[in-house]
Design a protein around this ligand. Structure first.
Ligand SMILES: Nc1ncnc2c1ncn2[C@@H]1O[C@H](COP(=O)(O)OP(=O)(O)O)[C@@H](O)[C@H]1O
Ligand SMILES: [Mg+2]
Length: 386
């Protein structure tokens, strides 16, 4: 075991929050029905509406959305920087609404915050600012010193270790703040516009670093608020927030794969790349073990599934009908197609499925004419006028 691995294990062992309870699906963040209001009395106004979000350990998730849509508010709730008002929220296995003051302080120790106002100590050098954050850790001083230097080097500040904040550019100060947030190897990183003050190259460096932390042994979970399109390449998922509502939640690395699967679908053949991508961007990914029944004949369906990998078996009236493969779909949105699920479908092998739910389906319909036309003609074929 390398020295740095040993240190990482040791520091994880001490930040017990991250490992105290093995998480069932290893979720780092579980938010359900989260609403939030600012102000009191007449001035009270709601800025978050019934938001649900699950983020798995080791995921890099990007949150986008117009200014004022509630991104920072949600981030500060997740970071236990603000009291929960409504809904439930679990972060690193801790129930945030039930946390005491000290509980919140403990939880925050497992979180690396990268916020816009970075508040470096003006009388301390870049290195000292980073090392400060390690002061209360049980790890040996020399180790933490080395780690601080290494991190600053990785962020392109190897030549600036002894500079005071006043001697650094805005982008360099931001990178010092990022090093400070990451030096204790937090289980969760919450970043609000971390690349806003950075040039393109440093932005990529920072995102590359976060991606490696997520993919590495510690499986750091990363939630980043950003408008930076280039950042999306490093993400697993994009959560879009509008007017206090999470309106979509899709797996970006997957979007390309999903688009390919959609393009292979008989039903959608011939639709433009743009339309397919639009549909793909609202689809989410599920995996099902062999033997699991995914939809049941005759039930009311609210999801449409497309196979990304694996083999599914179709049954009607209990009798086997056929196998389904990559690009083939099943299930139905009963409210729209005016019929129940026409077949039972079971996973024969492990299945990766791309799923669109009723709400997202209807939203894409209203925003894309060619998809709407395609679906209308399908509808006609399924329910011919008498
Ligand atoms: N401290 C505050 N007091 C009152 N209203 C606030 C406060 N902070 C934010 N808001 C309002 O809440 C809404 C969401 O803000 P915010 O979470 O900062 O959105 P975003 O980060 O997406 O720009 C906005 O309408 C904003 O004006
Ligand atoms: Mg904000």
């Amino acid at each position: 075991m390398s020295e740095s691995t040993a240190t990482a294990l040791e520091s994880l062992g001490h930040s017990t929050l991250a490992v105290a309870r093995p998480l069932a699906k290893e979720l780092a963040i579980e938010a359900e029905g989260v609403s939030y209001w600012y102000g009191e009395g007449e001035a009270r106004s709601q800025v978050l509406f019934d938001n649900t979000l699950e983020i798995g350990r080791g995921e890099v998730v990007i949150m986008t959305g117009p200014s004022g849509s509630g991104k920072t508010t949600l981030l500060t709730l997740i970071g236990a920087l603000r009291r929960m008002q409504q809904g439930s929220l679990k972060v690193l296995g801790q129930d945030v609404s039930a946390l005491s003051q000290t509980g919140a302080v403990e939880l925050r120790k497992s979180i690396g915050f990268i916020f816009q106002s970075h508040n470096l100590f003006s009388s301390l050098t870049a290195l000292e600012n980073v090392r400060m954050a390690t002061a209360l850790r049980p790890a040996p001083v020399a180790t933490m010193n080395e780690r601080s230097i290494h991190l600053l080097e990785q962020l392109g500040l190897g030549e600036r270790l002894d500079h005071l904040p006043a001697q650094l550019s805005g982008g360099q100060r931001q990178r010092v703040a990022i090093a400070r947030a990451l030096v204790n190897r937090p289980a969760l990183v919450l970043a609000d516009e971390p690349t806003a003050a950075l040039d393109a190259e440093s932005g990529q460096t920072v995102l590359g670093l976060l991606r490696r932390m997520a993919d590495g042994m510690e499986r750091t979970t990363v939630l980043i608020v950003t408008h930076d399109q280039r950042v999306i390449d490093h993400a697993d998922r994009v959560v879009n927030m509008i007017g206090g509502h999470i309106v979509s939640n899709s797996l970006t690395r997957m979007t390309v794969r999903i688009t390919r699967a959609l393009a292979g679908s008989e039903v959608l053949k011939g639709l433009s790349e743009a339309t397919l991508t639009k549909i793909a961007s609202v689809m989410t990914v599920e995996t099902h073990p062999p033997g699991e029944t995914i939809v049941q004949e005759g039930e009311s369906g609210d999801r449409y599934y497309l196979i990304g990998s694996g083999v599914a078996e179709v049954f009607k009236g209990g009798a086997f009908q056929e196998e389904l493969y990559f690009g083939e779909g099943f299930g139905t949105i009963s409210s729209f197609f005016k019929r129940p699920v026409p077949h039972s479908v079971r996973a024969k092998t492990e299945l990766e499925l791309y799923v669109i739910n009723q709400q997202d389906f209807e939203r894409v319909l209203t925003t894309d004419k060619s998809f709407e036309n395609r679906v209308r003609s399908l509808l006609m074929a399924l329910n011919p006028p008498q």
